[in-house]
Design a binder for this molecule. Structure first.
Ligand SMILES: *Cc1c(COP(=O)(O)O)cnc(C)c1O
Length: 344
């Protein structure tokens, strides 16, 4: 987390049904929409929940058992979209990708039949670092008349996102990833089209997640229920900071960190996957010692990277590039990784 964020997090929380808080929330909306190139007609919802709740809420507000969705399943987070569909009884087909497989036109070809209503994708499948081609998906959705639902939780801030340019209908972001804030807030941008054609007509079947309540309240800078006030204050400071630096510049800095780290890894004989990677993380292939590397980095060097669960547990560790990190941090990590490798 950035020092500015920590400073805000250390203060008392204000009462929030006030004009000051409303003004801040209206600014948050404008700044967020600017950061993803969303038109002013788009709606922004600030939901007090984790990212998964936002994924679920989008589906509850937009689709029913009469729809048929297409899900890109290239890992844990793609699978999560499927689990949500299963729980809500929404039929879907999947584009399944193995660890080494790319999402290509050929993979989408069997689904060029205009029988789906929406496409669900995690722009960056954060469980393995794979970045999908949003332009290709966008064209596919336009050709086939699908709403494009993008979970950008592992991508926002690190990879370029163009809400309007790519015809995105719903975009989901979460406070604890690239924004490097406390957990608790999910931000959802919705296209005018999706809002008018689906959300305003459908009803979510759930009070807390009813998007129409959020959109109505946000018109005056409020939320229907008590939000994670502290995280929203952190968000305001961060969005202002990001506007000052510029989204493009911020992405460039994260990308530079990622590319430099990857170059060093390869020079020192470490292996990384060949598929297109998000700038947000670097997966390092350490089969079968990934879990051991994670444990020893933490125990012997006090360095915490991200382990994987399930079948990738022994295969990869993930190294993040988001937030307040400096090149010295990576130098320390690389030295420690080499030391551990000698005695694995
Ligand atoms: C982190 C993440 C989520 C959200 O997880 P929560 O723990 O529910 O906040 C969802 N999708 C992707 C791609 C993620 O990286």
């Amino acid at each position: 987390m950035y020092p500015e964020t920590l400073k805000i997090a250390s203060k008392q929380l204000p009462y929030f049904r006030t004009q000051e808080f409303s003004n801040m929330m209206l600014e948050n909306e404008v700044l967020f929409q600017e950061s993803i190139h969303a038109p002013s007609k788009a709606k922004t919802i600030f939901l007090t929940a984790s990212g998964t709740a936002a994924m679920e809420a989008v589906i509850m507000n937009c689709f029913t058992g009469l729809d048929r969705l297409l899900v890109i399943n290239g890992g844990n987070f793609g699978r999560r979209f499927e689990e949500i569909c299963e729980v809500h009884g929404i039929p879907f087909d999947e584009v399944y990708l193995d660890f080494d497989e790319l999402l290509t036109e050929e993979k989408l070809n069997p689904f060029e039949e205009k029988k789906h209503n929406g496409l669900l994708v995690n722009l960056h499948e954060t469980s393995n670092g794979k970045l999908y081609d949003i332009h290709m998906l966008s064209e596919f959705c336009k050709r086939n008349g699908l709403y494009l639902i993008v979970d950008a939780i592992g991508s926002y801030g690190a990879d370029s996102i163009d809400f309007e340019g790519d015809g995105i209908d719903a975009l989901i972001v979460s406070s604890q990833k690239a924004l490097a804030l406390s957990p608790g807030i999910a931000i959802i941008a919705i296209s005018k089209k999706l809002y008018e054609e689906r959300i305003s007509k459908k009803g979510s079947g759930c009070l807390y997640f009813d998007f129409t309540l959020y959109v109505e309240n946000q018109k005056r800078g409020q939320t229907p229920f008590t939000p994670a006030v502290g995280t929203l204050l952190e968000l305001h400071e961060r969005l202002k900071q990001m506007q000052q630096i510029g989204m493009l510049q911020m992405q460039r800095e994260i990308q530079e960190r990622a590319l430099q780290f990857r170059e060093y890894l390869l020079k020192r004989g470490f292996e990384i996957p060949g598929f297109p990677l998000s700038n947000a993380i670097t997966p390092v292939i350490l089969t079968p010692n990934a879990k051991k590397m994670y444990d020893r980095l933490k125990e012997e060097f006090g360095l915490v990277v991200t382990p994987n669960g399930g079948e990738l547990e022994k295969k990869i560790i993930r190294v993040g590039h988001l937030g307040c990190l400096k090149w010295e941090d990576y130098e320390k990590l690389l030295l420690a990784m080499e030391r551990i490798r000698e005695s694995l």
